[in-house]
Design a protein around this ligand. Sequence first.
Ligand SMILES: Nc1ncnc2c1ncn2[C@@H]1O[C@H](COP(=O)(O)OP(=O)(O)OP(=O)(O)O)[C@@H](O)[C@H]1O
Length: 594
Amino acid sequence: MINGIISYSLRSVSYYLTVKQKRQAVVQFILLLISSVLDVFGLASLVPVLLVAAEPGGVHSSRFFYPIYQALGFSSERSFLVALIVVLLIFFLLKNIFSTWVNFLQARFTAAVGLDIVRRQLRKYLHLPFWNFTDLGSSSLINSTLQVPNSYVNAIIRPLFVFFSELTVIAVITIAILVYKPVLIAVLAFVLVPTTLLTYRALRARSQAIGNQLNVLRPAALGIVSDLFSGFVELKLAGRQQRFADRLLRNQSDVQDLDAEVYLHSMLPVRIIEMVAIIGVLTIFLYSLYGSTGNGGLIALVGMFAAAAYRLMPSVNRLLTSMMHLKQHQYTIENLELFRAPEYDEMPPAQQLPLSFRHELTLDNISFRFPSQAPEEAPALQNISLRIRKGDKIGFIGTSGSGKTTLMNILLRFYREQQGQVLVDGEPLTPQHIQAWYELVGYVKQDTFLMEASIKDNITLGAPSEEINSERLHYAIAQASLTDFVATLPDGLDTFIGERGSKLSGGQRQRIGIARAMYKKAQVLILDEATSALDNETEREVNEAINALAQTDITILIIAHRITTLRECDQIYELKQGRVIAEHQYQELVQGIV
Ligand SMILES: Nc1ncnc2c1ncn2[C@@H]1O[C@H](COP(=O)(O)OP(=O)(O)OP(=O)(O)O)[C@@H](O)[C@H]1O
């Protein structure tokens, strides 16, 4: 059972450490051990010194100190004792400097490992297949990339060090006592081992359960807080703010209760062990009172038992606490293992190839089904073949759920077709072209991603000012029909747009998305028109930008919910249940011929 969590944690840690870090860990462990042994030695050395100091003529009668006293040529006990105290002081000073250095090394080491794990988690989530990614909420992502690595370092890696160093200290003390007084070991083992095991057994399942509960409650709290504040307007108008606040408070009340229980658990082992040690002392003592053996021997045994137990107790306590930490945070090990299998890794190959788009973008007999779809369900896209010439303006219409966004995600390579292929100028678009392809395409989503930053930052996606090409920036703003709007702003391009663009209208937001695509010189622009909140003004603003772009040789693919958005389109494809069922011209649609 103890073995279970320790070997599970060790296997996990060894997965994350590089060969060099493993070597460092071994060195750290040895240093930690030396530091612990020095601690034990330091405390143990105080007793004989105090004993000789307390008794007049103590040095002369000491079998240990007297030879040293003589060899060093001391003439008075007092000066010998002063020298002894100075030596002790220097020893403690050096020991503590050494221990602090060891702690420093260990802190640096675990911090470096923690950073590596955050890096790995980020890399993992950034290269997750898109449908896996979209299944995860932002609160779960924040938890997995920030909180979990932190807890893993504090509650798995550090306790493992503690566990092994304390285990070794206990072993060293045990061997010392074994050599000195074997019977004492029998008594100690009889008293301490079952207590430790029973305490651990009693708390282990609860510790793990608390950890698991906290792992659910904490990300849930992030989710509620985020809904509560981002939905400020809607929740206030609906009179629902208090309900969300109450949900958060219920969550936090559970978190606080569990945290309190964790705190209590951390205090319990030392109390239990102390109690049992005292019972041990008193039992021997009682036995000596009523037993037949000579009292002197037993009273000495009681003294030694008490001293040994006293020294062992903190180590046993730390051992137990570290095991409970491991149990409580076992969920972090499990969390880090999520999505670790190679099939979740969509990291593009390092060797990237160039790609040019001069003539034609082809979708050749594309079929795609989501992994979550049942085999009897029709694929989300079926046998789609399209040829889009460079500079074409293409519209996509169809009822909700007909597959328009899925098709764009295929084009953007967020999804990979199971059948068919996407070709650019006759060349299949492979993962090796992904970087070049992403330089060519721009995507303006229904809910354009906006940062809480200036307009300039939002268009350049936070490029440092020395890297910003201002000519291109002004071109992008003009192309997105934003010039007049920017001119009205007090700080121009440096105006802050509020969180998620809260100070902008819907049309302005979409046009910032268009400017972003233009700034990066996208040659293919995918526009996903917003279904909701598309008032006439917004539509006019977006259409104005599209009309301006129609004069360029940029290829535009528009998913439209309003026919008027498609005025400039050369072709309009209608999708239904994952198939292209018709091809239209704008005039036909407007005149209601179809
Ligand atoms: N991650 C997913 N896993 C499983 N099925 C999905 C997933 N995303 C979308 N679908 C399904 O695929 C189908 C096509 O969805 P898609 O979003 O492409 O439609 P759409 O035409 O863009 O709709 P809308 O106009 O409402 O945006 C729908 O039936 C949808 O339920």
